[in-house]
Design a protein around this ligand. Structure first.
Ligand code: NAG
Ligand code: NAG
Length: 416
């Protein structure tokens, strides 16, 4: 009994690490404190370019601005803006693009390779006004008006709350600062929260189009050894072990899981990257090395439970409190409300790019997603399938500019 539970937990850690898409490559900028320059709107502050800007953007010769925005539930998020390319010029009315990272990583996701290979800098050099979001709980977004991250209450959220609070706040910031509708780019969980928002008719008035890389909505076919995550006991086990608090991959409990996992038969921790994200075709070995040496970002345990529910139930719905009474209390229904993706406005321009080797965004799950979009206006849905790509290729691949990003920009240009 105990060993079965332990094994399930080991597998759980595996899925969690599976969801880790990128690790922090930069260690030097941990605790720099912002200096406020101006307070130009109630919830928005423009800050000096320190933090991610100075660590990963300014060093390449780009202008970069740090913003922060407060969500309506009190989280203070950092947002970076690269307003123009290295050569400047191009006028003042640049088209804004917002980049939204996946789970257990942060906006650094978009800045890992060289400027010629990294999406954020490519977009800036192609005349876009680039905004980078960092969700609650990640390195630069760990403040709250009331709660400290050491307080479990700080971690009482799931991706539902990113849909309800973080995404609207960041989109509103970009919209108000630029006065323009936004092109959105999401990777992994960054696609999930956009799809869920659009399905509720949210943000569609401020988003001009959305490019979804490694799209994630349904998760039933994640083709890892995780089939038996479907075990109902699983969700109880994780919450028993961690409580509904911070899930810190750098912490000891998770480290112990990993040790146990790597000792399990059939798990090759020497090729963790492949085991976790699929057989990436096109990663730079030195980028991967940095990637694997560094540690991922925290998320909330509740968020992982919610994702596990999606794997288990095969339905995309809000967080299940696990008991009819609690669900009634929160939703007025015994079951959590479903996100009906077929309700995404049919004229919203969408670009989906998915890979044949992706262990997280499985081809069958993408097929289910596409099926829910089958009545989308045909000229508003662009789908790209890249046979040799896996999950990390979309953000770190050395060929991603030619294969993916150029198509994303062509798609943006085609939307007026
Ligand atoms: C977490 O937030 C929910 C509302 O989303 C609330 O009902 C619940 O009491 C909170 N849990 C804790 C432990 O405070
Ligand atoms: C891989 O990364 C290293 C270090 O950043 C860089 O010097 C090299 O040019 C990269 N290789 C490719 C193929 O992009």
């Amino acid at each position: 009994m105990a060993s079965k539970m332990f094994y399930n937990l080991a597998v759980l850690s595996f899925i969690i690490i599976s969801l880790v898409l990128l690790f922090q490559p930069y260690e030097a900028f941990g605790s720099s404190r912002a200096i406020f320059l101006t307070k130009n709107e109630e919830n928005i502050e423009v800050r000096q370019p320190i933090g991610m800007c100075s660590a990963a953007v300014s060093t390449h010769g780009y202008k970069c601005q740090e913003y922060e925005v407060k969500t309506d539930d009190g989280y203070i998020l950092s947002v970076q803006r690269i307003p123009e390319g290295r050569t400047g010029g191009g006028g003042s009315n640049r088209q804004p693009v917002l980049l939204q990272h996946g789970v257990m990583v942060d906006g650094m996701t978009w800045l890992l390779n060289s400027p010629e290979q990294s999406l954020a800098m490519i977009l800036a050099d192609n005349g876009y006004d680039v905004w980078i979001s960092n969700i609650r709980g990640t390195r630069f977004s760990r403040r709250h008006v009331t709660y400290d991250p050491s307080n479990p209450e700080y971690w009482n959220w799931t991706w539902d709350d990113l849909v309800t609070h973080d995404l609207p706040s960041v989109i509103e910031l970009v919209f108000r600062q630029t006065g323009q509708k936004i092109h959105y780019v999401g990777h992994s969980m960054g696609t999930l929260i956009a799809l869920a928002s659009f399905s509720e008719g949210k943000q569609v008035d401020k988003v001009k189009s959305a490019a979804l890389l490694s799209p994630i909505a349904y998760l039933s076919h994640m083709n890892t050894v995780l089939g038996f995550l479907a075990a109902k006991a699983f969700v109880g086990e994780i919450t028993t072990l961690f409580g509904l608090a911070e899930f810190n991959p750098k912490g000891e409990p998770v480290a112990n899981f990993l040790k146990a996992l790597c000792a399990a038969p059939g798990v090759d921790c020497y090729d963790l990257m492949t085991a976790l994200t699929g057989k990436n075709c096109c990663l730079n070995a030195s980028t991967v090395e940095i990637f694997l040496k560094n540690e991922p970002q925290s998320t909330s345990t509740k968020n992982l439970v919610h994702m596990a529910q999606t794997v288990r139930d095969g339905v995309l719905s809000k967080y299940d409190y696990g008991n009819a009474n609690f669900n009634v209390e929160h939703y007025g229904e015994t079951k959590p409300p479903v996100y009906d993706l077929s309700r995404i406005p049919r004229n919203l321009p969408l670009f989906l790019s998915y890979g044949g080797q992706d262990a997280l965004s499985d081809v069958k799950d993408v097929a289910a997603l596409l099926d829910s979009l089958k009545f989308h206006d045909i000229d508003k849905l662009h789908v790209q399938y890249i046979k040799e790509y896996a999950h990390a290729d979309f953000i770190m691949g050395v060929t991603a500019k030619d294969i993916v990003y150029n198509q994303v920009m062509a798609f943006f240009r085609s939307q007026h």
